[in-house]
Design a protein around this ligand. Structure first.
Ligand code: GRG
Length: 327
């Protein structure tokens, strides 16, 4: 079911026009009386990004026939929250490349990055209040809290070669899948879906988000810096035990295992070529992609609760593309 090559044309997107409106709204809502905030937020937003989370809000709203302005506001809100987490994450990870350009922390410094992240995050909450729906506030307050927990859990797991696959999956459900889940759920909330349908939409988001992060972790080993717009090998440099490394350790010789353990404990990026060879030989990359495919297939199954429509087709198409993406 998830076999369509990524090179096939995307399903005609029923929310392209709405996404353009969201981009306009994002620019409008970024406005601040403080020049440095305008400068840094424009810098990061103008660098693009795939806008996958706003797309989820819009596609789910569309699938339920909801076309009110609130969908645009919520789409912009989830992109602001996402961008705030990227600004904070790049400081935590000391990353210097994102969306094909210097990260905000590399260009403007850590303090400015964290503080502009705070601005975007709190602006998102001002916009939520303007939507004036307690349920929306509840979904996003819960989601942002879980994302922060995920990031702290990940911090605690750094340099731990004994991390279990289960603990790794917990982190990615919290730090990444939760915002996908909230985005999908918000579309269903706007569309006044019944509780069971809303839960299926949320499940779709959680599974797609899990698949998305698995591929993200895979691309950190097999991707191309130019296509990704960020450096490959960063996870190893930070000593982050992700699924490709955990599986490679399980399947390698004692000598290779000791090398990977040391790299996780000490964050040894200079061993990347040797470790990549083990990761490749043990089939850890294929297995990570299979895990991503399984999650995407679960998402696909959840999308089938929606009535047939172009929005549903586009949501199914996203499941295929998330597994085969290269950026
Ligand atoms: C401010 C609520 C809040 C929390 C701070 C730092 C942090 C806690 C959380 C970081 C969470 C994080 C960055 C998870 C990774 C998510 C991810 C896969 C990012 C890349 O998303 P893409 O590929 O990025 O959609 P683009 O650039 O396309 O928008």
């Amino acid at each position: 079911m998830i076999e369509t090559p990524a090179s096939q044309p995307a399903v005609a997107d029923p929310v392209d026009e709405a996404l353009r409106e969201v981009d306009g709204l994002i620019r409008q809502r970024l406005a601040s009386r403080v020049a440095l905030i305008d400068q840094i937020s424009a810098y990061i937003v103008n660098a693009g990004g795939k806008r996958i989370r706003p797309r989820l809000v819009l596609l789910f709203a569309e699938a339920f026939g909801f076309r009110g302005h609130e969908r645009l506001e919520l789409a912009a809100i989830v992109e602001f929250i996402h961008t705030a987490t990227l600004l904070h994450d790049d400081v935590v990870d000391e990353s210097d490349l994102r969306r094909g350009r210097a990260t905000a922390n590399a260009a403007f410094g850590n303090a400015a990055s964290v503080l502009v992240g705070d601005f975007l995050y709190s602006r998102a909450f001002q916009m939520m209040v303007s939507v004036d729906r307690m349920r929306v506030l509840e979904v996003l307050a819960d989601a942002t809290n879980v994302i922060a927990e995920g990031e702290v859990l990940q911090l605690m797991n750094m340099h731990d070669p004994d991390l279990t696959v289960e603990d790794y999956l917990r982190v990615i459900r919290f730090k990444t899948a939760k915002l996908f889940e909230a985005s999908a759920r918000l579309g269903a909330v706007l569309g006044e879906a019944d509780t069971a349908t809303e839960e299926s939409c949320a499940d779709y988001g959680r599974c797609l988000g899990t698949s998305f992060q698995l591929v993200d972790d895979l691309l950190d080993y097999e991707g191309e810096t130019a296509a990704l717009g960020k450096n490959v090998g960063d996870d190893l440099r930070e000593g982050k035990p992700t699924l490709p490394l955990l599986l490679a350790m399980e399947r390698s010789t004692p000598v290779e295992r000791a090398m990977i353990r040391r790299a996780i404990e000490q964050g040894e990026q200079q061993r990347l070529p040797d470790i990549l060879a083990v990761v490749r030989r043990t089939g850890a990359l294929e297995s990570t992609r299979s895990a991503a495919k399984e999650e995407a297939e679960k998402a696909h199954a959840r999308a089938l609760v929606l009535p047939p429509s172009r929005a549903r087709d586009a949501l199914i198409d996203l499941c295929v593309r998330s597994v085969h993406r290269s950026s």
